[in-house]
Design a protein around this ligand. Structure first.
Ligand code: NAD
Length: 470
């Protein structure tokens, strides 16, 4: 199978964006170099004071308009996401709504920058606490949610009064560029948002981290790259927020509502074709219900249609040929370790980077596939009978982003949820993302939170004035 684009090669100084379902070139985008990276910071630095100096209500109104404009253009944006990322149109439209919601949420938070007032215990001195914009922020986003990962950073940054330079993933720069155009239409002044697509991620982001005018790095992507950026950020002690990889467990107890658990598992595993940091990665099903659960999941998986978004399919391609090879290798290794292929969907007759949705049963609890982020439509099931042992297995990982618990007794579900070392736990729910909730992970899944009130704080510095008050 060829991965060569079917249309003309990129023009000089540009790079091609390819549809992973058809392998056709969607568009060419300017390939920004180090000089462009620097001039983006020039623009962001020049725009900082005027933007930060606006009344919070003015910034809030701009964000509110951005929410409206994204919804106005929902179908167009969903088409763009589907074209450059490959996800189904249903997933793409859902992403646009979710992405737009960050503008609405932070339009509401923008007018609540926060602050505090206190008295010294010794008397006299008063402490006046305020929260000010951290400054020019560098935003770096992955390809798996090209709209939402951008707006989850843009909205709080703009609400706080920061200006930004944003580097989208080279696979999916078109959506970020489209969102930036909508922000201009919504009233964001020149220089406040600067999108810098590039094939030289390390060079551009490295230059930003070395630039003394950049005071913040907000990164979403793999733990490996997050570690690298944290090391670079250390040189200038740049304020860092990191949304990194996951390895979400999905726990089913013997008293769980199996209809609900199967429905939740389908969402937690197959939304975005499994290419989500919150995707359920490993299934721990009580041995009393494992046979039933597996049979029902296999029946659902065999109904999934895999193919191009344009054909109305539920599961799109993976992002690249390398991703297909990685997922196929993970399945082969699991089978070599004793797993059994319990069910598999049908591969389309299409040239793209497709993997058939696959259910693996009898997976040994220690198999590699239970430890590594799959990032594809593969659902591995292991069984358990002792709750305490299962919880130990669940927590035996360096990741701690999301987890899912299905149990009939709500008290038990809550107790299990509280024992899982993860920043987000879906309790009898297969979806945890919500702009009003603090999204983020424990352990090596990240630092800081996005969304909720916390998301605004990530783009603010705290200052206090210690005032003598005789
Ligand atoms: P990635 O780490 O390869 O890339 C993410 C971004 O970093 C891209 O923009 C990329 O161009 C850039 N990048 C890559 N190497 C770089 C370098 N050396 N210096 C500077 N920038 C660099 O991740 P990906 O493959 O695009 O995305 C998948 C990963 O993202 C998964 O691990 C997933 O779990 C994670 N993710 C996490 C969240 C979250 O909120 N925690 C959300 C979505 C995705």
């Amino acid at each position: 199978m060829t991965t060569t684009p079917t249309t003309a090669p990129a023009l000089a100084g540009t790079f091609a964006v390819e549809d992973p379902a058809t392998l056709e070139v969607v568009d060419h985008v300017r390939d920004h170099d180090l000089a462009d990276a620097r001039s983006a910071v020039d623009r962001a630095a020049a725009a900082l004071r005027p933007w930060a100096g606006l009344a919070p209500r003015v910034r809030s109104e701009v964000l509110r308009r951005a929410h409206e404009l994204m919804l106005r253009d929902r179908d167009r944006l969903a088409g763009l996401i589907a074209a450059e990322n490959g996800k189904s149109l249903v997933d793409a439209a859902g992403e646009v709504t979710y992405a737009a919601e960050f503008f609405r949420w932070f339009a509401e938070e923008a007018v609540r920058p926060g602050g505090d007032y206190g008295e010294s215990p010794a008397g006299g001195t008063r402490t006046v606490v305020r929260h000010v914009p951290v400054g020019v922020a560098a935003l770096v986003t992955p390809w798996n949610f090209p709209a939402a990962m951008a707006t989850r950073k843009l909205a709080p940054a703009l609400a706080a009064g920061c200006t930004v330079v944003l580097k989208p993933a080279a696979e999916t720069p078109l959506t970020a560029l489209a969102v930036a155009r909508l922000l201009t239409e919504a009233g964001v002044p020149d220089g406040v948002v600067n999108v810098v697509p590039t094939t030289d991620a390390a060079g551009v982001v490295g230059a930003w981290l070395a630039d003394e005018r950049v005071r913040k790095i907000s990164f979403t992507g793999s733990t490996a790259v997050g570690r690298l950026l944290l090391r670079q950020a250390a040189d200038r002690v740049v304020n860092a927020s990191m949304e990194l990889g996951g390895n979400a467990p999905f726990i089913v107890t013997e008293d769980a509502d199996l209809d609900a658990a199967v429905a939740g598992a389908m969402v937690a595993k197959f939304r975005n074709g499994g290419q989500a940091c919150t995707a359920a990665n490993r299934f721990y099903v009580h041995s009393d219900v494992a046979f039933d659960f597996t049979a029902r999941i296999v029946a659902e998986v065999e109904k999934l249609t895999t193919g191009p978004a344009a054909d109305g399919c539920a599961i799109g391609p993976l992002i690249s040929r390398a991703a297909v090879e990685r997922v196929e290798r993970a399945v082969a290794d699991a089978v070599a370790e004793g797993a059994r292929v319990a069910g598999r969907g049908v591969l389309p007759e299409a040239p793209g980077h497709f993997v058939a949705p696959t259910v693996l049963a009898d997976v040994p609890a220690g198999a590699a596939i239970m430890r590594e982020e799959i990032f594809g439509p593969v659902l591995p099931i292991t069984t358990w009978s002792e709750e305490a042992d299962m919880v130990d297995l669940v927590n035996d990982t360096e990741y701690g982003l999301a987890a899912y618990v299905y149990a009939g007794d709500l008290g038990r579900a809550m107790r299990l949820g509280e024992q899982v070392e993860a920043g987000m736990v879906g309790v009898n729910r297969g979806l945890v993302s919500d702009p009003a909730a603090p999204f983020g992970g424990f352990k090596q899944s990240g630092l800081g939170r996005e969304g909720a009130r916390d998301g605004l704080r990530e783009f603010q510095e705290t200052q206090y004035l210690s005032v003598d008050w005789p």
